[in-house]
Design a protein around this ligand. Structure first.
Ligand code: ADP
Ligand code: MG
Length: 729
């Protein structure tokens, strides 16, 4: 009984710490504000609050001379003497003091002219007029702080903060004030910037004695990091710029380091623990294909094939992500990698997300394989029973070298004699489980795995999202590719788009017209697509024109039939939803018209555009948008018009998507939540953290040394686990 009682007290004592105290008990909070802090910022405890950091700082450490101030500066502080204060406004403007012109304008306001010997500036007040007029007497000196702007050719600050002057004027030192993430609800609930600062101060003073260091001593030393308690104090209330910089660095590094540590640890477990099939030899299958290639491989293709070969002969299992923009020639890399496996006595499979794609891969790959004599087959949902029997046999006796297919490859009755390499195209269409299923198809050692994606992901992001994979990048397009000419056009001018389509069709080309999924309900989306289809048929009537339509609601059979009609040139126009986004290759198609383009994300627009520009002809992408296009969407479309580089687009995309709904929060769409570091902006530090995490794991892969106990504990919290890679596209 006694021991149970004392255990109770220990738990109770633990719960009573400041860090875990309910936020409503912080002085100045109470139940109402606590509810707001919870719903708006996810803050439940004192400890949660001190991990809400300012996202910018008002630099009050400097006093500007009015003569140096320009309208494009962020915030400035000036120290000046009031020359005049004038009430301007609609109802019989009155001169309050000092004189000056009286201009009738719409809003009633107080205009205060301030000078400091280097120039003069206007302070404007729409609210608190009486109070400010009494306070700001001509001849008196104050500190004014705010955002300068230019109005009617002169500088002003609207509603500056006003403080008593400091002795020493422009030479004086002040402090940096944090600005916290906020929302309308928070402000309306009385949690203004100033209040937030006060709350942080009380929470900090309660919590600081309890803060325990989260990084081992040697990690702090190696990376010149300040202690956690110092960082927490100075991120909220910086002693000076230097202290702030050190604190930000410490907190960001910690986040990125733990993130990388978590990812790399998984990778270590795999690469050290999983034996890999020996794929050493470069033999006749590889060479006969290579020597018969109708073109020279690009430098990037050669490099990537070397990387893959190095992995496959390392003795460990390969898990590599191959990134390459649309049209960069990933298929060839896949084929040559598969042939390496075959030269060493293994089989290979290539899995594609759709039947159309699998068929296309099969056709292309078969052509490449002709000089090698390697047998290749296709397995999809529509393979016949007889075909399946033959495939079964060929896979089991090893006479089939390469099999191309859809999800059908994952079925249990697909059994290989010796699967050495599994290649997955457009990996983001598959789940982790499906990838894992392929693993189990190896002889007894799992096959090497190569996943390919045409969705360019910024390097920093790839490092995180695919941190447990090795990443290869084909960053070079085959020579002679012409960039797709891209324009944006308002849907009021659709007529000219139809004319352009007609001219291209006369030249023998084909046209894609793509509709987005606009409405919540699939049925309405379909209506929208069908309305578009009917309009196109009216403008491009049978028999002169043939128009095919493809969408997700059709059966595989109908879809394939229509796709095939377009691919074979029997239809000049293909109207579709985004089902054609992935991989489909119709070299004769030279025009991609994207309807309601403002509704698409950048990476999707880029994928769609990649469907054209595959042949020798000049090709075009037309982004049709409507009058509701937001400034942000317009920026996306403009970016599409200005570049064809998928990586550039991906980088910009990441920057644009930066802040979410909440001012000051970051990357809401990611599967891991970072509170201060930004994958978009802290690429260099991310890399630094990764290299260091690698070093730590190299010395202690299981993090079991006493010196690393803090790290092992940090990982156990699970904050940095990325749960489902398959969600990322
Ligand atoms: P993706 O990376 O989008 O899968 P593909 O493998 O389909 O690209 O290649 C696109 C086109 O480029 C194909 O028609 C292919 O034959 C051609 N191609 C691939 N590599 C080269 C190269 N080194 N030189 C010229 N053309 C190439
Ligand atoms: Mg491809």
């Amino acid at each position: 009984m006694a021991s149970r009682l004392s255990a109770f007290f220990i738990i109770f004592a633990d719960m009573a710490t400041a860090l875990s105290s309910d936020i409503q008990y912080l002085s100045g909070v109470g139940p109402k504000r606590a509810a707001l802090l919870r719903s708006e910022l996810g803050v439940e405890t004192f400890g949660d609050l001190i991990h809400v950091y300012p996202f910018r700082y008002i630099d009050r450490s400097r006093i500007w001379h009015i003569g140096e101030v320009t309208g494009d500066l962020a915030y400035v502080q000036i120290q000046g003497t009031v020359r005049s204060a004038t009430l301007l406004g609609p109802k019989g403007a009155t001169v309050m003091a000092g004189g000056g012109p009286v201009v009738p304008v719409a809003a009633k306001r107080l205009s205060v002219m301030v000078e400091d010997g280097t120039g003069e500036m206007e302070m404007v007040f729409f609210k608190g007029i009486k109070w400010n007029a009494e306070k700001l007497k001509p001849g008196c000196t104050f500190l004014f702080f705010g955002k300068p702007s230019e109005f009617n050719g002169r500088l002003n600050i609207v509603h500056p903060e006003i403080d008593a002057p400091v002795a020493g004027g422009a030479e004086a030192k002040g402090t940096l004030t944090g600005v916290y993430p906020s929302t309308e609800k928070l402000k309306n609930g009385g949690i203004t910037g100033k209040v937030m600062c006060k709350l942080q101060a009380s929470a900090l003073s309660a919590c600081l004695p309890e803060i325990r260091e989260t990084l081992p001593e040697y990690v702090l030393k190696d990376n010149a990091l300040v202690p956690l308690s110092y960082a927490l104090r100075n991120i909220h209330f910086p002693a000076d710029h230097y202290a702030l910089e050190k604190s930000v660095r410490r907190l960001k590094f910690e986040e990125l380091f733990f993130l990388q540590l978590s990812l790399l640890k998984q990778k270590y477990v795999r690469s050290r623990g999983t034996e890999g099939l020996p794929v050493n030899k470069v033999g006749t299958a590889f060479n006969s294909c290579y020597n018969a290639l109708p073109y020279e491989l690009t430098g990037a293709q050669k490099r990537v094939i070397r990387e893959i070969h190095n992995d496959m002969k390392s003795g460990h299992q390969m898990n590599r992500l191959l990134q390459g923009d649309v049209g960069s020639g990933k298929t060839m890399v896949a084929v040559l990698s598969a042939l390496l496996a075959i030269d060493n006595g293994y089989q290979a499979c290539i899995m594609a997300p759709t039947e159309v794609l699998a068929q296309q891969h099969f056709a292309n790959i078969s052509r490449y394989l002709e000089p090698t004599g390697v047998r290749c087959t296709l397995l999809t949902g529509s393979s016949t029973r007889k075909e399946r029997r033959e495939i079964d046999e060929g896979l089991r006796d090893g006479s089939i070298g390469i099999i191309v297919g859809t999800h059908a490859l994952l079925e249990d009755n697909v059994v290989f004699r010796a699967l050495g390499l599994a290649i997955i195209d457009e990996q983001h269409r598959f789940g982790v489980d499906q990838r894992a299923k392929l693993w189990s198809k190896g002889p007894c050692i799992p096959p090497h795995v190569l996943v390919m994606t045409a969705t360019p992901i910024p390097r920093t992001l790839a490092m995180t999202l695919y941190g447990d994979l090795d990443v290869s990048v084909i960053d070079e397009l085959p020579p002679g590719r012409k960039p797709v000419k891209t324009t944006m056009i308002s849907d009021a001018k659709k007529g000219s788009v139809y004319n352009f389509m007609r001219r291209q069709i006369e030249l023998g080309r084909q046209v894609f017209v793509v509709y987005p999924l606009i409405f919540e309900s699939e049925k309405m989306d379909l209506n929208n697509l069908e309305m578009g289809y009917e309009e196109i048929i009216r403008r491009f009537p049978d028999p002169e024109y043939k128009v095919a339509i493809v969408h997700g609601q059709q059966t595989a059979e109908v879809k394939n039939f229509n796709m095939a009609a377009f691919a074979a040139g029997r239809a000049q126009i293909l109207v579709s939803t985004t089902v054609i986004e992935v991989g489909v290759d119709v070299p004769n198609a030279s025009v991609m018209v994207i309807e309601s383009a403002q509704r698409f994300g950048l990476s999707q627009l880029h994928q769609l555009r990649g469907r054209v520009g595959r042949g020798a002809d000049e090709s075009y992408c037309i982004l049709v948008h409507d009058y509701k296009t937001s400034a942000e969407a317009r920026k996306r479309l403009e970016l599409m018009c200005s570049t064809n580089d998928g990586f550039e687009i991906a980088e910009e995309d990441m920057k644009m998507r930066g802040p979410g709904d909440l001012e000051g929060t970051q990357q809401s769409g990611l599967p891991v939540k970072l509170s201060i570091a930004s994958l978009a902006k802290d690429g260099i530090m991310l890399n630094e953290a990764r290299v260091y995490a690698d070093r730590v794991l190299d010395a202690d892969p299981s993090l079991s040394l006493p010196a690393n106990s803090l790290l092992a504990a940090g990982l156990r919290e699970g904050k940095y686990d990325i749960k489902d890679y398959s969600k990322i596209s």
